[in-house]
Design a protein around this ligand. Sequence first.
Ligand code: HEM
Length: 238
Amino acid sequence: MSSISNRWPARMDVLQSASGLLLVLFVWAHMFFESSILLGKDAMLWVTRMFEGEPILGKPYPVLVSLVALFILTLLVVHAILALRKFPANYRQYSQLHRHLGQLRHGDSTLWYVQVITGFALFFLAVGHVVMVLLQPDNIGPYASSDRIWTGRFWILYALLLPVVHIHAAIGIYRLSMKWGVFPSERHGLWRGRIKLALYCIFAFYLCLGTASLATYMQIGYEHADQAGERYRPVGAH
Ligand code: HEM
């Protein structure tokens, strides 16, 4: 009986790593689709229609986007619930952790703490974005997205979400590669340095790509502001 119940912590660890890996792969791919706006409004509209199944089904079905959002939301919730097990539970544990981190000055322990803080922030920022996609799948496109971002002021959410999600993703992949030992143990130090450097570059790349796309959506939204849908106009501005 006890040997069976003892397997659960290991199973939950595998599930947390697997859900984290899937989320990172999704977010990295998503950045390319969403930044199609850099190639022009038609390119972004084409990507939107593709996700709505138009090339295969003959007409767009935004509900397909909602199904993907529901799957991602489930992954986010599972990943967060599993992570909660490892959060410090009260003020005493927090202050002990702070003291240890200050004394140890151990890089990987500090990264773990950054992961706790960014993970906590993501639960609000990412869930907010995904719930919006889930409920308004037909409100995505070059003008719909730009109006939401500029007139609807969603740029504030994305300006926070962008760095936070990419810090969390990069540290997450670093920790996964350390934890599951995907490189030869005899050259551990060399690989640790290489992986860190690669993840710094990936982080910088996505930050630049995301900033350029966000600026483009804001510019289109600004130019289109007087035709933005009623839902984004401030009260009394009709
Ligand atoms: C089915 C799920 C998702 C869909 C369809 C989706 C779609 C989009 C779209 C179309 C945009 C452009 C702006 C807009 O229309 O509001 C966007 C922006 C963004 N999304 Fe998502 N998203 C999804 C999930 C996620 C998740 C899970 C994350 C991170 C945890 C995320 C992070 C971001 C970020 C950071 C931006 C702003 C990027 C920038 O600065 O250019 N998205 N998303």
